[in-house]
Design a protein around this ligand. Structure first.
Ligand code: KIV
Length: 302
């Protein structure tokens, strides 16, 4: 079983593997495949909720989906992402929102898109017993200021990233996600920190890697350049759905094997009376009702 301490202390051993999940079924598959950490990311806004950014995602959305992921897993560390404006506005509210993820949804930790404004907040949450994963570099909740561009691309930016990573380590964060930063900058931050870095678009030298599950599966028809598609689940789903549609169209489905007639039903007197009084022919379908004669169907109490 992955724990916060095990992940924090895993630096220099096997790389940490992390994937996002937003539902029970996917989470159970991810756990079966042996992934260390599931992030219930606010990327759910783009990936499964139909928004064009993560900004509309609410704390209720994340709580509900985190609960589903937690119910489906035993071994995997579950980290709930705090969505836009659910933290950092008011300290009490932040603590309550982060607390809900652990108390009500059952998460093991929270992730916070970080900056200078989250150093003291991280310290406070950790002090209260809420493990925090920091997130630096590209922080999609700042899309209106940063876009989706690579971050820390000059020496000032790289220095700021390094300082912020160190400050969050100092504040008690157990790991830092580095998103879309130059790989050599990520290498420097990884070397400087005692806690693990988990990269997404940050090169091979981080202590772990994270990707968005829909990108990995090839569910969407778009994914960022730094992401890699490891399957074509979109194609598989489309094929299965078309086969289903064609089978229904042709009458091939449902067949005898997938239909269950209740043979005892014929023995029920009420049933016989009902059928007789309705005027239904056993062969008449819904579209044949106007052809039937007899009294309207009465509800029969069995
Ligand atoms: O919300 C998310 O999926 C994330 C990952 C991209 C790290 O924050």
């Amino acid at each position: 079983m992955s724990t916060v301490r095990e992940i924090r202390d895993r630096e220099d051993e096997n790389p940490i593997t992390m994937l996002t999940a937003y539902d029970a079924l996917t989470a159970s598959i991810i756990e079966d495949a042996g992934i260390d950490v599931i992030l219930v990311g606010d990327s759910m806004g783009n990936t499964v909720m139909g928004y064009d950014s993560t900004l509309p995602v609410t704390i209720d959305d994340v709580q509900s989906r985190t609960g589903a992921v937690v119910r489906a897993t035993d071994e995997t560390l579950v980290v709930a992402d705090l969505p836009f404006l659910s933290f950092g506005v008011d300290e009490t509210e932040t603590v309550q929102n982060a607390g809900r993820m652990l108390k009500q949804a059952g998460a093991d930790a929270v992730k916070i898109e970080s900056g200078p404004h989250t150093i003291a907040l991280t310290e406070r949450l950790v002090e209260l017993g809420i493990p925090v994963m920091a997130h630096l570099g590209l922080t999609p909740q700042h899309v209106n200021q940063l876009g989706y561009e690579q971050q820390a691309t000059d020496s000032d930016g790289a220095k700021e990233l390094l300082d912020l990573a160190g400050a969050h380590q100092q504040a008690g964060a157990f790991a830092v996600v580095l998103e879309h930063v130059p790989s050599n900058v990520a290498t420097a931050v990884t070397t400087a920190l005692d806690i693990p870095t988990i990269g997404i678009g940050a090169g091979p030298d981080c202590d772990g890697q994270v990707l968005v599950i829909t990108d990995v599966l090839g569910l969407d028809d778009w994914s960022p350049s730094f992401s890699k598609q490891f399957g074509d689940v979109r194609g598989e789903i489309k094929q299965a759905v078309r086969q289903y549609r064609d089978a229904v169209d042709s009458g091939e489905f449902p067949d005898r094997e997938h239909s269950h007639a209740e043979s005892d039903l014929d023995e029920f007197e009420e049933w016989t009376v009902l059928v007789a009084s309705s005027g239904y022919s056993p062969r008449a379908g819904v579209n044949d009702r106007e052809l039937c004669t007899g009294d309207p169907i009465e509800v029969v109490q069995w």
